[in-house]
Design a protein around this ligand. Structure first.
Ligand SMILES: [Zn+2]
Length: 526
């Protein structure tokens, strides 16, 4: 018997290591869930032996992809509720709710995914018809971006919602009374009056999402905001042996979560890593609650909303620095991003390697771009937002402000890295949509024909780095994840077709997906 015994050899492959040199090799050896060596075919086959060899048939092998900004829990809840995505009118929204309720054992309706920009008259919705149809149960329907919700009258009354503005939110008023439409922090007024789904249903839904991600070669996600009770939920999922994905969780800014962080410091439990906080600086462009320096081009009285005060954000930054945590702040509007950059300046002065992230970095005043490099602020972007929003972004912002919008190349030039994700379920989990959006600047229907703001296109290599090695950097995991080098976790995907970006969208899938050396998905074993 020749060679050292290992657990797995992958050979006859095109292994894209994603190291600085951009190396491509034919074979790799894996033991105890880690890569022992990657190199030329003969070198690996002569040096090692194992019971299971995989002939990759010359296919592309990449580090398992990371979705650097997603919401497993929100997606699970969406799966358990009524799906309103793509609905073409309020009538269709109500019809889908009725159909769902007829089959549901629960005495409430929670839905998500509606987008009034797809309706024939894209006017601001109210709850009038919804309240007529559902008189005696709570109904809460979230907008696709999660930054607005429509609550029926029953729920509005149960939660004793009255009129007016609240800090970082708004209760929309029609004819002197709440219309049912709630924006940003106003949603919290009703959400606490909604029942939760049974835990086993949530877990099953997360496992279903895991299958969806593995078929695309995604082996890890950064969960953008969890409550304290969810730490236990994810720990029990990890322990169950059925949950395989690497999970980098961001904690919401609550007293219990801060106590957890202060007590534990950066926290590891197998493939669960917790060392960051998620903070909301502002809302969304779709809901016109992103905080802008100048008013909306299609709503001249409105600048948007600041969701967390500057004082509070500064306090969280101090807390994170003290406890070895990272701060990941949601910033859409140019004003919100400018405020966060100034807060991060102080963090930089205390710790130049803070890696504080700006989630979305969506609209940046051109005068502010250089602050990303000056204060070492890590941009975290979702290229499919650009190609989804292109239908109406100019209406909201005007032509001039588009110069600093969805400006991924400019951000990359400043910081030298990007963390790339999808913000699922706001967008699809499909990473090939992300590649197409980032490189071609088109949606999967290849719209717009010549691409949206194509000056800000990334190269194919850059977008893959954003989903692998840079995503690992953005979560302090570059020594374990993100490339196929000796000593790293054997998280990798063999793609069914060559992985590339063409001017016309072409769907791909994983042929096999591995996490820590274990095959967790195979196209041929479906
Ligand atoms: Zn998000």
């Amino acid at each position: 018997m020749k060679g050292q015994k290992v657990d797995l050899i992958v050979h006859n492959a095109k292994i894209h290591v994603m190291n600085d040199a951009g190396s491509v090799y034919d074979a790799m050896a894996i033991r105890d869930g880690e890569i022992i060596e990657v190199g030329p075919e003969r070198q690996i086959l002569n040096k090692y032996r194992c019971d299971e060899e995989i002939d990759a048939l010359g296919k592309d092998v990449y580090p398992g992809l990371t979705d650097a900004h997603g919401h497993l829990l929100m997606y699970a809840n969406q799966k358990l509720g009524v799906d309103l995505s793509g609905a073409k009118s309020m009538d269709e929204v109500i019809y889908r709710c009725e159909k769902y309720y007829a089959k549901s054992s629960n005495k409430f309706i929670i839905g998500g995914g509606w987008d009034e920009s797809l309706w024939s008259n894209d006017s601001v919705p109210n709850n009038k018809r919804l309240s007529e149809v559902f008189k005696n149960i709570p109904v809460c329907l979230y907008r696709v971006d999660g930054h607005a919700a429509l609550a029926n009258q029953f729920l509005i009354q149960k939660a004793k919602v009255s009129e007016g503005k609240i800090d970082g939110g708004e209760v929309k008023i029609e004819n002197g009374a709440p219309s049912g439409l709630l924006v940003d922090n106003a949603i919290n007024l009703v959400s606490k009056h909604l029942p939760a789904y049974p835990l086993n249903q949530v877990k099953d839904a997360i496992l279903e999402i895991q299958e969806e991600l593995l078929q695309y070669g995604i082996t890890g996600t950064h969960e953008a905001g969890i409550d304290f009770k969810h730490i236990q939920l994810f720990k029990s999922m990890v322990s169950s042996g059925k949950y395989h994905l690497e999970l980098y969780a961001m904690l919401m800014n609550s007293p219990e979560n801060r106590a957890f962080a202060a007590k534990n410091g950066p926290y590891r439990f197998r493939n669960l890593s917790i060392r960051s906080f998620k903070v909301f600086a502002d809302g969304s462009l779709g809901s016109r609650s992103a905080l802008l320096k100048k008013p909306y081009s299609d709503d001249h009285q409105n600048h948007g909303l600041l969701l967390t005060s500057v004082y509070e954000m500064r306090k969280i930054a101090q807390f994170c620095l003290k406890n070895g945590f990272q701060m990941n702040t949601h910033g859409i509007g140019d004003s919100a991003n400018a405020l966060v950059l100034e807060i991060y300046k102080n963090a930089f002065e205390r710790n130049p390697d803070h890696r504080f992230r700006l989630e979305h970095s969506q609209i940046i005043d051109p005068a502010d771009f250089s602050k990303f490099s000056q204060y070492a602020v890590f941009p975290s972007v979702q290229p499919t937002h650009a190609t989804t929003d292109q239908r109406w972004a100019e209406k909201r912002l005007g032509k001039d402000r588009l110069l600093g919008a969805y400006a991924y190349k400019s951000l990359l030039r400043q910081y030298g890295m990007l963390a790339i994700g999808t913000d699922f379920p706001v967008e699809s989990t499909n990473p090939f949509y992300t590649i197409h959006a980032a490189v071609q600047r088109k949606n999967p229907k290849n719209e717009p024909l010549n691409g949206f703001l194509v000056k800000e296109s990334l190269t194919f290599d850059e977008v893959i780095r954003g989903m692998t090695i840079w995503a690992a950097f953005s979560s302090f995991q570059e020594n374990e994840l993100g490339s196929l080098e000796k000593g790293k976790k054997a998280n990798f995907v063999i793609f069914d077709k060559p992985l590339e970006s063409k001017s016309t969208f072409d769907q791909n899938y994983a042929w096999m997906t591995f996490i820590r050396g274990k095959k967790v998905y195979s196209l041929n074993e479906l």
